[in-house]
Design a protein around this ligand. Structure first.
Ligand code: TYD
Length: 225
């Protein structure tokens, strides 16, 4: 059975994931590879409804366990509807956030711990792991300021309110940041950590280097199967 390539992007809000996903998709296209772009929460019609519930600042007092369960509910849907069929068809997937986000935000930020997140991942996601995770960790303050500005602008312009997470205090985000670093240290073969305040081009170059390596592995695997 062919197996595509499952690439996830992780990082704090405002770390530049979206820009890098689009750059990588364009780079892949030039080399004759299509890529399917998706995101979490969201990525399916049901997932978009879960996303609205999760990110809307009117969802006040959402219990951390409820928040985590909704993240996994969204993920189960995207796995069934999008990820599994695409990977089985041999496609390349670029996914904006996956279980590492739940470990960092709910496990770290909300202090639920890693163990419960990893156990739910095993049960609900059938252990579906990315082949490669690109973790963007520029310094904390500028990324947060960027994300907060962007979301406030969206509220003003379109009435779309996705500010619930950005309203969290800095202590929450430094726990998220710490947890991301812990994940990178624990899984160095899967997670490529890109830290520091690099230019968009520099980050793109590092991403391309990591992806080139994985594409070579994919081609070799197909040759031998
Ligand atoms: P997203 O819209 O991707 O934010 P950004 O574009 O700013 O990176 O994600 C929405 C928010 O959801 C983000 O603050 C992180 C949070 N989140 C979790 O807390 N847990 C999760 O499992 C996921 C997937 C996202």
């Amino acid at each position: 059975m062919p197996r595509g390539l499952f690439i996830t992007f992780e990082g704090l809000d405002g770390s530049g994931k979206t820009t890098q996903i689009n750059r990588l998709a364009a780079w892949l296209k030039k080399r004759g590879h299509g890529a399917l772009i998706t995101r979490q929460p969201g990525g399916t019609a049901t997932g978009d409804r879960i996303r609205a519930l999760l990110l809307d600042s009117r969802s006040k007092g959402l219990a951390p366990m409820a928040e985590m369960a909704l993240m996994f509910g969204d993920r189960a849907q995207v796995i069934a509807e999008v990820l599994t069929p695409a990977l089985t068809a041999g496609e390349i997937i670029l996914c904006d956030r996956y279980t590492d986000s739940t470990e960092a935000y709910q496990g770290g930020g909300r202090e639920l711990g890693s163990e419960i997140v990893l156990e739910l991942h095993r049960l609900i996601c059938d252990g579906l792991q990315p082949d490669l995770t690109l973790l963007l960790l520029p310094s904390l303050e500028p990324s947060l300021a960027r994300a907060r500005r962007r979301n406030q602008r969206a509220v003003k312009e379109s009435g779309e309110d996705e500010t619930r997470f950005e309203q969290e205090q800095d202590a929450f985000y430094s726990r998220v940041w710490q947890k991301y670093r812990e994940i990178a240290a624990r899984e160095p073969a899967r997670v490529v950590l890109i830290e520091g305040d690099l230019s968009i081009d520099e980050v793109h170059e590092r991403i391309v280097a990591a992806v080139t390596q994985r594409l070579a592995g994919l081609a070799a695997g197909r040759l031998h199967s």
